[in-house]
Design a protein around this ligand. Structure first.
Ligand code: CP
Ligand code: NVA
Length: 328
C-alpha cells in the first residue's frame, strides 16, 4: 500500500505529476466543471491537533471530488481515551477509503499506516508537513519560479529558497522537497533550533543524485541574499506553547521584515504556511506586502490536497468513478 507520510514517499516525477494535476483541478473548479472522480468514497480525518486550512481543504476537497469527509477529533474517538493505534487503524480503515491524520509523534502515523488497509496521508506531524509543501510548490509553479516539467528544463536557473526560522516540521519538509526536486535551499536558524541532523544527512545523499543543495546557517541575511523565495513559520509550533517566551528570546533577529526581504531578488515571493504571528517570525508589512503570496498558497491547499488523494488512488490501483488523465 502506498501512503503519503513524507515527501520521500513520492518520486520527483510523482511530485511533478501531482502538482500538474492540482493545476488542472484548479482550472476545472474555476470553470465550474469539476468531475466527481471519488464519488461515494469516504475520507476519515483524524485530528489530534487544531487546524483551519488542513481540515477545510481536505473536507472541501473530498466533497468536490464526489466523496465525503468524516471529521474525527481525538477528543471524541476512543483513540483519545487510549485505544491503541493499531486497533483504531484496523477498524477505521475497514470502513473508509482513505485516512488523513494530524498528530504529534511521527511514529504514530507510521504505526497507523502499518496496520491500515487503505492509504494514509500525513496532515502534519511534529516532524513533517508534506501536504503543505505540495501547495507551496504549486504556488512556486504559478508564480513562474518553478516549471511544470521540472525545475531544470528550458535553461532556466534553478530556484533558490531561503527558510528562516525554526528547524521544525516545515523546515524538514522543505529540506525533503529541495533534495528530491534538486533545487537550492538555505535554512537559517538560531543555534539550538537547527533542523534534525539525520533528516539533513539523508537529504544531502538525495541531493547527490538530484543536483540539489542544502545549506544550514545562523545568519538570516546571508540566507536570503539573492533568493527567489523567502519562507518562514511560527517560532513555537503546536505542542510547544510553554516554550513561547524562551523561543521569542532565542529568535530575536529572525523576523522576516522589509530589510530582510530587500536582500532577496526584487521579484522574490514570500510564503508562510499560516497561521502567522505578526511582529514575530514575520512583519505585518511583509505578510500584507506585494511580494506575499500567502493567501494564494493557503487556497492552493485545496487543489493540492485533491491531487494527492487522486494520486494515492491511482498509485494503489484503486478504482476511480471517472477516467482521469494523469502522468502516473
Ligand atoms: N498550514 C496549516 O497546516 O494550517 P492549519 O494548521 O490551519 O491546518
Ligand atoms: N510548524 C507549525 C505548522 C502549522 C501549520 C506547527 O506544527 O504548529
Amino acid at each position: 500500500m502506498r501512503h503519503f507520510l513524507t515527501l520521500n514517499d513520492f518520486s520527483k516525477d510523482e511530485i511533478l505529476a501531482v502538482t500538474n494535476l492540482a493545476l488542472k483541478l484548479k482550472q476545472e473548479l474555476r470553470n465550474s466543471n469539476h468531475t466527481p472522480y471519488l464519488k461515494g468514497k469516504i475520507l476519515a480525518m483524524i485530528f489530534e491537533k487544531s487546524s483551519t486550512r488542513t481540515r477545510v481543504s481536505f473536507e472541501g476537497g473530498i466533497y468536490q471530488l464526489g466523496g465525503h469527509g468524516m471529521f474525527l477529533s481525538h477528543k471524541d474517538i476512543q483513540l483519545g481515551r487510549g485505544e491503541p493505534i493499531k486497533d483504531t487503524s484496523r477498524v477505521i480503515s475497514s470502513m473508509v477509503d482513505m485516512v488523513m491524520m494530524r498528530t504529534d509523534r511521527h511514529e504514530k502515523l507510521q504505526e497507523f499506516a502499518e496496520y491500515s488497509s487503505v492509504p494514509i496521508i500525513n496532515g502534519l506531524s511534529d516532524d513533517f508537513h508534506p501536504v503543505q509543501l505540495m501547495a507551496d510548490y504549486l504556488t512556486m509553479l504559478e508564480c513562474g519560479i518553478a516549471l511544470p516539467d521540472g525545475i531544470h528544463k528550458n535553461g532556466l536557473k534553478k530556484p533558490i529558497v531561503a527558510y528562516i526560522g525554526d528547524g521544525n516540521n516545515m523546515a524538514h519538509s522543505w529540506i525533503n522537497l529541495a533534495a528530491i526536486l534538486g533545487f537550492e535551499l538555505r535554512v537559517a536558524s538560531p543555534l539550538g533550533y537547527f533542523p534534525r541532523t539525520d533528516i539533513i544527512e539523508s537529504a544531502l545523499k538525495t541531493c547527490k543524485q538530484s543536483g540539489g543543495a542544502i545549506h544550514i546557517m545562523q545568519e538570516p541575511q546571508k540566507a536570503v541574499s539573492g533568493v527567489n523565495v523567502v519562507v518562514t513559520d511560527t517560532w513555537a509550533s503546536m505542542g510547544q506553547e510553554e516554550q513561547k517566551k524562551e523561543r521569542e528570546k532565542a529568535f530575536v533577529g529572525f523576523c522576516v521584515d522589509d530589510s530582510l526581504m530587500n536582500l532577496a531578488q526584487e521579484d522574490a515571493i514570500f510564503l508562510h504556511c499560516l497561521p502567522a504571528y505578526r511582529g514575530q517570525e514575520v512583519s505585518e508589512s511583509v505578510l500584507e506586502g506585494k511580494q506575499s503570496r500567502v493567501f494564494q498558497e493557503a487556497n492552493n491547499r485545496l487543489h493540492a490536497q485533491k491531487a494527492i488523494m487522486l494520486a494515492l488512488v491511482r498509485l494503489n490501483n484503486l478504482p476511480l468513478a471517472y477516467p482521469l488523465e494523469m502522468e502516473l
